[in-house]
Ligand binder design. Structure first.
Ligand SMILES: [Zn+2]
Length: 196
């Protein structure tokens, strides 16, 4: 049985997910949605029809980040398609036939690299404090994603912050001397519990 990363909805080889470094992998179940491919949104529409014609349930996410499709009401850029694990091989066959046929459009270019949030990982704030990312939560009214993270010093309190902001660069105008490019960066050193 292959292992499955719930964060990425992807089959991975252990012990951790190469994309998000999640270590809480589990055996894949037949109904788990797994990533088939990243395709241009025009091709995604055609593939979704093809899957539907073959009774393969399909779901999608914008490769630019969750929420973009919802917010704009239209698909933009690259789309990630997912099908249940027990239909994955069949879906990949259909995908190959579709893209290897002479009238198939050019495959989508690689999506722009995005910063992945590493759930369970320790991050260093640019002012020096260490925090562990506990999880990602969704705002009930706006559906915006928030990072839930714990201070690893002082009162070890639990905080939330919009995910987009969490992954954003340091404001260079406000903090020209910051030693990090990003507000929070993954930290691999000792957890000393130092404060800011
Ligand atoms: Zn992952």
């Amino acid at each position: 049985m292959p292992l499955y990363c719930e964060n990425c909805m992807k089959l991975v080889e252990g012990p951790s997910c190469p994309r998000c470094r999640n270590r809480k992998l589990r055996n894949v179940a037949p109904g788990d949605f797994c990533q088939v491919a990243d395709v241009h949104y025009m091709q995604a529409e055609m593939l979704k029809e093809l899957f539907a014609d073959n009774d393969i349930p399909c779901t999608e996410r914008s490769a630019l980040g969750a929420g973009i499709t919802v917010n704009l009401g239209v698909n933009v850029g690259t789309v990630r398609l997912y099908v249940p694990y027990d239909r994955l091989d069949f879906a990949k066959e259909l995908y190959d036939v579709y893209f290897n046929s002479p009238e198939a459009p050019d495959p989508a270019p690689d999506p722009a690299p995005e910063r992945e949030l590493l759930v369970g990982h320790v991050y260093r704030h640019f002012k020096g404090g260490l925090y562990r990312v506990e999880d990602v939560a969704k705002h009930s009214e706006t559906l915006e994603e928030y990072v839930v993270y714990r201070k690893l010093y002082g009162d070890r309190s639990l905080w939330i912050r919009p995910k987009e902001m969490f992954l954003s660069p340091v404001d260079r105008e406000k903090y020209p001397d910051a030693m990090q490019e990003y507000r929070f960066e993954p930290y691999d050193g000792e957890e000393t519990g130092e404060s800011e």
